[in-house]
Design a binder for this molecule. Structure first.
Ligand SMILES: Nc1ncnc2c1ncn2[C@@H]1O[C@H](COP(=O)(O)OP(=O)(O)OP(=O)(O)O)[C@@H](O)[C@H]1O
Ligand SMILES: [Mg+2]
Length: 362
């Protein structure tokens, strides 16, 4: 068992709280993505797992071993950074072999392990080159080979793809996931790129300002964000959010906004009543909105953006809030400046308490 467990882990630098009371279990063979905006504490979490920083509070276990007082070199984790940190004066082969040599692995065994890593990453033709003679993607693969060569308990990766171009990133993403499955490896992967998180992670752990917000499978994070931060952070274009108050109309509970009153599905309405929610934020993803005469909200079209395969119709509600509607490219968009009505599919509405910013859970 090679899971990684953080229990009540905090890290403070003077008065800066980089990580606050974080409890998280990364399962054996799991690909866990740590996602969040710049400065939220992702690298600090990774550095504490690697032993490069000591937690101010809490404990970290790797494969059931308590890591307090264990030196980085004895932790049996491999760290891959965006800078690759390859040794410029060494050939590809020597770079890959280095971690084994520094652990005094016998020569024969080194040769076998290097050959296995080299062939699984397709580096056979590059063994004699120096890092300066490689492309960005090739350097990335050498860094990976160097990490996998000694089969550590866990791989820690801090934005390893951030300096690759878009096409190479996509390819490397797929390769990395495939490699992780093949090695049955435990991976903790830091990124602020939600596309990487959604496509690579078995689960995503989302942080903001040092605090863990939600840990769930990508689809779950998308469909059931735990709070407004997660709702707005995941999804591109982001989820539309409309502030209003809950009001009773007949025996129905509706969300009253300046642009109109939107009906709520019965289970959401019941949950809002149960929780005593008054001011609320309604969330709807751009793909779950439809422009048509049935709509509950009045809006004015300000811009229509074409992305080739889809259109983004950008509207403003009466109170000035911006709403983005995503349409298929073959649907004729309304003209700019026109007044439209917008409807939301009831089963895709998200409701958040405006005070706590937490999801109202049916
Ligand atoms: N050695 C340090 N001394 C003081 N403050 C630090 C130190 N290292 C990190 N911090 C602060 O801790 C917070 C978290 O930093 P961290 O590097 O973990 O963020 P991050 O999520 O990795 O951000 P990015 O996406 O920009 O890499 C930041 O506010 C940062 O300024
Ligand atoms: Mg970082």
């Amino acid at each position: 068992m090679s899971g990684v467990v953080l229990e009540g882990v905090a890290k403070r630098f003077g008065s800066v709280v980089a990580v606050d009371d974080m409890t998280l279990e990364i399962h054996d063979q799991e690909f866990l993505v740590l996602l969040g905006p710049s400065g939220c504490g992702k690298s600090t979490v990774l550095r504490m797992i690697a032993g490069l920083e000591d937690p101010t509070e809490g404990t970290i276990r790797i494969g059931a071993r308590n890591m307090t007082d264990v030196e980085p070199k004895d932790r049996d984790v491999a760290m891959v950074f965006k800078s690759y940190a390859l040794y410029p004066h060494m050939t590809v082969e020597r770079n890959i072999e280095f971690p084994l040599k520094s652990r005094n692995v016998p020569k024969e065994e080194r040769r076998t392990l290097v050959a296995a890593a080299v062939s699984s990453l397709g580096l056979d033709d590059l063994l004699g080159r120096k890092p300066s003679e490689l492309s960005g993607g090739q350097r990335q693969r050498v860094a990976l080979a160097r990490a996998i060569v000694r089969r550590p308990e866990a791989y820690l990766k801090d934005e390893p793809h951030s300096n690759l171009d878009a096409k190479l990133r996509e390819q490397t993403r797929a390769e990395l996931v495939e490699l992780q499955r093949r090695l049955a490896a435990t991976v903790i992967y830091v990124t602020h790129d939600q596309v990487e998180a959604m496509t690579m992670g078995d689960r995503i752990a989302i942080m903001e300002a040092g605090v863990l917000q939600q840990v769930d499978a990508p689809q779950r994070v998308y469909a059931e964000p735990a709070n407004l931060f997660v709702a707005r952070f995941i999804g591109n274009p982001p989820m539309n959010t409309i502030t209003g108050t809950l009001a009773r109309v007949g025996d129905e509970l509706v969300m009253r906004t300046e642009a109109g009153a939107a009906p709520l599905p019965a289970d959401v309405a019941a949950a809002a009543q149960r929780d005593g929610v008054e001011r609320a934020v309604l969330g709807v993803r751009p793909e779950h909105l439809v422009i048509g005469s049935e709509g509950a909200l009045d809006a004015k079209v300000t811009v229509v953006e074409s992305l080739g395969h889809e259109l983004h119709v950008i509207c403003h509600l009466a109170d000035g809030e911006m709403i983005i509607v995503r349409q298929a490219a073959d649907v004729t968009p309304p003209s700019v400046g026109s007044t439209v009505r917008i409807a939301a599919a009831a089963e895709h509405l998200h409701l958040f308490d405006a005070e706590t910013e937490l999801r109202v859970k049916p």
